[in-house]
Design a protein around this ligand. Sequence first.
Ligand SMILES: Cc1cc2nc3c(=O)[nH]c(=O)nc-3n(C[C@H](O)[C@H](O)[C@H](O)COP(=O)(O)O)c2cc1C
Length: 344
Amino acid sequence: MKTKITDLFNIKYPVVCSGMTGISRPELVAAVSNAGGLGILATADLRPDETRPAVNKVRELTDKPFGANVPFIIPGAEEKADILIEEKVDVVNYTLGTGGDLIKAVHEYGGKAVATVTNHKHALSAQRRGADALIVTGHEAAAHGGDVTSLVLIPSISDAVDIPVIAAGGFADGRGLVVALSLGAEGIAMGTRFMNTVESPAHNNMKKLSVEKQIYDTIYSDRIDGLPCRAIHSKATERLIKEKFYLISALYNSREAARAFGFPWLKLAVGILLSGYKKSKQLAKMANAFRVMRIGMEEGDDKKGVFLMGQVTGILKDTPTVAEVMEKIVLEAGKVKNELSLKI
Ligand SMILES: Cc1cc2nc3c(=O)[nH]c(=O)nc-3n(C[C@H](O)[C@H](O)[C@H](O)COP(=O)(O)O)c2cc1C
């Protein structure tokens, strides 16, 4: 397969594994890159001193190109972005912020900078700042998809920008890849599908839930982690959404988040309080969500844990290896193309 993003990233197939907190660990990232796609390492829940070893671990497991994801809303993101730049990671994928001088620094060593966006304003701003490509994330997506569904968002943003678009949100198979390409995208990024693979570090209960849940079983709310976010609809998710005393809970939960980010708790707490009323409410919710999402991913506890998953979980029927996912996508896309040529 050959598209603008296979050329841009020097990969075989236009298929990206999204940077997923707690999931896109070196083993999964390398498996996707080895299978011909682009694996993206998540750094949100890595401490700065864990970030370089994680990059090195990916390099031990693959000699193929890979990327790393930095959400700029997370405290300490700048330090981790600097490490990715020092390490000359092939593709730096930034989100929830402009990244400051990140694009320039990535270009200086010949890397590619990719912005994850959910609307035109951020897509056009990333293009103006010099991003090489966009991951455009529709409403169906796990975690922070936009207000508009991929079917409408992808062609609309593809028409509005000159840089390649990678479609995310609701993609899991070869049919989806063909649709994305026909809507103007140059490839797809998948989160939920790669979360539910053999190489994914998610707890087996999370993978099992992902097979059992239907397309109707997720909920999208800005009260899960303070930003519009999609997760499995469960009693634990409802508790999080309805929590009244979340600012008080955040005092306790932010300690766990601070430890995970390698950020002094006091600095984090003061930073949250000084960030303004709206942002501090958002960050407080994020601290609370961080704990229950970790319980979901690592302990697989569906009574206490919250599971980020996209609507596409409802069409997943199995837990294959990454290589099987990739092989099936390629075969299916070819079959769909041939069938379409008979119809159109
Ligand atoms: C468990 C989980 C964790 C995620 N963490 C992040 C993250 O740290 N950074 C990010 O940009 N997106 C994150 N996402 C969102 C994905 O990058 C991607 O946008 C989404 O999964 C695409 O939709 P899909 O699940 O329908 O494939 C996460 C998704 C999941 C399922």
